[in-house]
Design a protein around this ligand. Structure first.
Ligand SMILES: C[S@@+](CC[C@H](N)C(=O)[O-])C[C@H]1O[C@@H](n2cnc3c(N)ncnc32)[C@H](O)[C@@H]1O
Length: 282
């Protein structure tokens, strides 16, 4: 595994648009590193493939990925809607958008600036829309659900994928320390329990949600937990916030690392994927 860049940024709060460190280059390197790590995780790949099948993008469709990150899912959509359709990634982070554009060179995928709360598309102009792990960053995710319903064409399909951070389970370390760290992370997040609300929010926006809700538990590989940037920042912030002592944080970190080094670690969080249809014929 590559070394994590200096400015480690993996917490659920890292992707907030109002959260920027002074060192934009190091922050971008961290975000890209973490997104690549997650994209390589079999649980993420499985849920993405499932959602792609459900959305069934076809040639001629206009397909959109909201909060596209490094943009690979837009490339996947571009290959499905080609040659007459178009695939657009909406990404407000200029650095991530540039990285997505760089990676998509030679493909028909395009990337634009924009926000889930005010999508840069006409009413009824989008056939397929996906949005992955963005709603956890939104204070009012119902706004995003309403925007999705607005831009979808009759017969259009949407998949919203997001984590519910109440589902974190870890085997190593004091469970009470883990509980306090989890609670402190939730307090820093805009919408920590995004996953459980997706169905209701899409329904309230007027979409018909399919009965089968996808899910996948993202289990962190031991090689990641053996150098636990996943927990380091949370531990630091937990100590700063006073929810755990430095001794508790050190002991927790050591337990996580040692379990991973023995090949006995287990740390997981569950993602959900809700698929909805815009009523009307396409
Ligand atoms: C955890 S990353 C997920 C990126 C990508 N969807 C993936 O699954 O790899 C969250 C993404 O949401 C974007 N984001 C944050 N707030 C947003 C908003 N209000 N509208 C659209 N995107 C937003 C971030 O810039 C970042 O690309």
């Amino acid at each position: 595994m590559d070394e994590l860049p200096e400015a480690v940024a993996l917490t659920p709060t890292s992707f907030r648009t109002d959260h920027r460190t002074a060192d934009a280059e190091a922050e971008l390197a961290s975000l890209v590193f973490v997104l690549d790590l997650q994209a390589a995780n079999p649980a993420v790949r499985r849920l993405r493939a499932w959602a792609r099948d459900e959305l069934a993008a076809r040639p001629g469709d206009t397909a959109v990925d909201v909060g596209a990150g490094t943009g690979e899912e837009v490339q996947a959509l571009a290959s499905l809607v080609w040659p007459t359709g178009r695939a657009v990634g909406v990404e407000p982070h200029a650095g991530l958008r540039a990285e997505a554009q760089r990676r998509a060179a030679g493909t028909s995928a395009t990337y634009v600036d924009g926000d889930a709360r005010a999508l840069p598309f006409e009413d009824g102009s989008v056939d397929v829309l996906r949005c992955e792990r963005v709603w956890q960053h939104l204070v009012d995710p119902q706004e995003a659900a309403d925007e999705v319903a607005r831009v979808l064409a009759p017969g259009g399909r949407v998949a919203v994928l997001d984590t519910d951070w109440s589902t974190v389970v870890g085997r190593a370390g004091d469970p009470d320390v883990q509980r306090r760290l989890n609670e402190s992370t939730w307090r820093r997040m805009a919408n920590p329990f995004a996953g459980r609300h997706l169905r209701a929010q899409l329904q309230r926006a007027g979409l018909t949600v399919r009965a089968d809700i996808g899910s996948s538990a993202l289990v962190m590989p031991d090689e990641v937990m053996a150098s636990p940037m996943m927990v380091d920042l949370d531990l630091r912030l937990g100590v700063e916030e006073g929810v755990v002592s430095q001794d508790e944080a050190d002991a927790y970190r050591q337990a996580v690392v040692e379990a991973a080094q023995r090949g006995e670690g287990f740390m997981a969080v569950t993602m959900f994927a809700v698929v909805g249809d815009k009523p009307g014929s396409g």
